[in-house]
Design a protein around this ligand. Structure first.
Ligand SMILES: NC(=O)c1ccc[n+]([C@@H]2O[C@H](COP(=O)([O-])OP(=O)(O)OC[C@H]3O[C@@H](n4cnc5c(N)ncnc54)[C@H](OP(=O)(O)O)[C@@H]3O)[C@@H](O)[C@H]2O)c1
Length: 338
């Protein structure tokens, strides 16, 4: 086992796009756990678009992430050494680990992790997406807010993303006509042929409003929004009577989230008697088992598909964040450390 821990510390704030120089890789000796402490070896980390907001505006917390602190981030870790009665060497844990290779934690004082186990017949990494936050987000966004009916025209943005790919498939399973919006032809092919969308739009090279008119001649019944901005506006211009617009994310705005783009077509909500509502997945955490057991069943019978975009090594964590903010990833971003 290594004798030192490498960790990425936030050293400056991005002005526009996130750059690797906003972080610094530092090394420190690993201490042995004292009584009541646990040493974790982090195995897999992930990154997500709201991290960009945390760096400047602070996003949901309203407080910019502190300079000089190890960058936050969730992942899976294995207990390497334990002097705590509830944890044994080899236990798998999940939670807030930060961009680093090891964590010395004190579960008695603050527990940002929990012991987890993937279903025996599914890969452990599914805990990082379908059986984790992305799965719960897709599930509750659909069940509680989109409420699809067979035959609905259902549009989803970032359709090849961690959340979007699951949304696409759940909507199709409900009998909807799914139109997926994504940022490359390769992603669009996967959304159509792999995830079952009826139509796809590459927003980087096609006119979204025009393509929506072609693909949704009777209007859009449901929009699951992951991007906000001009795409949300284009959809609002074409909603059907009684439409549901579900605000999940606003990735197109995260680089400039102190100045959000406000939709110009919002008054269609009045004309079409439609509902636009946001939701936050943490508010459904007490029901995660419900979502994950249904999603696990869909994974098991081969109905639900996912892709993982894997980088290896702690040195690549900032790169993984930069890649997703540029849309260069294909699948759920995972950084494997062992
Ligand atoms: N409400 C909640 O509780 C909740 C929970 C989880 C996540 N979310 C939100 O849901 C959204 C999806 O999250 P996720 O974790 O699944 O991330 P994700 O969609 O996998 O994020 C990465 C993707 O975002 C797209 N992207 C990057 N820059 C963009 C830009 N400027 N404009 C439009 N798209 C851009 C890229 O796809 P393309 O190549 O297709 O552009 C990229 O591959 C995020 O906005 C996130 O904040 C909300």
């Amino acid at each position: 086992m290594p004798s030192s821990n490498r960790k990425w510390v936030l050293v400056s704030r991005p002005v526009d796009e996130v750059e690797e120089s906003n972080f610094e890789l530092r090394e420190e000796a690993i201490a042995d756990p004292a009584d009541g402490q646990v040493l974790l070896r982090n195995e897999v980390l992930t990154v997500n678009p709201p991290m960009r907001m945390a760096l400047v505006s602070g996003g949901i917390t309203g407080k910019p992430y502190p300079i000089g602190r190890v960058m936050y981030g969730g992942g899976l870790a294995r207990v390497a050494k334990s002097r705590h009665a509830d944890f044994s060497e080899g236990d798998l844990v999940q939670g807030e680990l930060g961009w680093q290779e090891f964590n010395l934690i004190d579960p008695g004082k603050r527990l940002a992790i929990k012991k987890v186990q993937a279903p025996a017949d599914l890969p452990e990494t599914t805990l990082m997406h379908v059986l984790g936050s992305s799965g719960a987000t897709a599930w509750f966004g659909i069940v509680e807010f989109a409420r699809p009916r067979a035959g609905d025209t259902f549009v989803v943005s970032t359709a090849a993303g961690s959340v979007g790919a699951i949304v696409c498939q759940l909507a199709r399973l409900q009998g909807c006509r799914v139109i997926g919006i994504a940022g490359s032809d390769e992603k669009c092919v996967w959304v159509r042929d792999g995830l079952g969308a009826t139509g796809v739009i590459n927003y980087r090279r096609e006119n979204v409003a025009e393509r929506l008119r072609e693909l949704c001649p009777n209007g859009i019944d449901i929009y699951f929004d992951n991007v906000g901005g001009e795409t949300l506006d284009a959809v609002l211009g074409q909603i059907a009577f009684g439409a549901r617009v579900v605000l999940c994310g606003g990735t197109s705005q995260y680089n400039h989230d102190l100045e959000w783009y406000g939709p110009k077509n919002y008054f269609n909500l009045v004309y079409r008697q439609a509902i636009m509502s946001g939701f936050y997945v943490s508010n459904f955490a007490h029901r995660n088992t419900e979502a994950h057991s249904r999603l696990a069943a869909l994974l098991r019978d081969g109905t639900l598909h996912y892709a993982e975009d894997v980088l290896n090594g702690i040195q690549n964590v900032p790169k993984a964040l930069i890649r997703i903010l540029k849309g260069e990833n294909f699948g759920v971003p995972l950084i494997k450390l062992v």
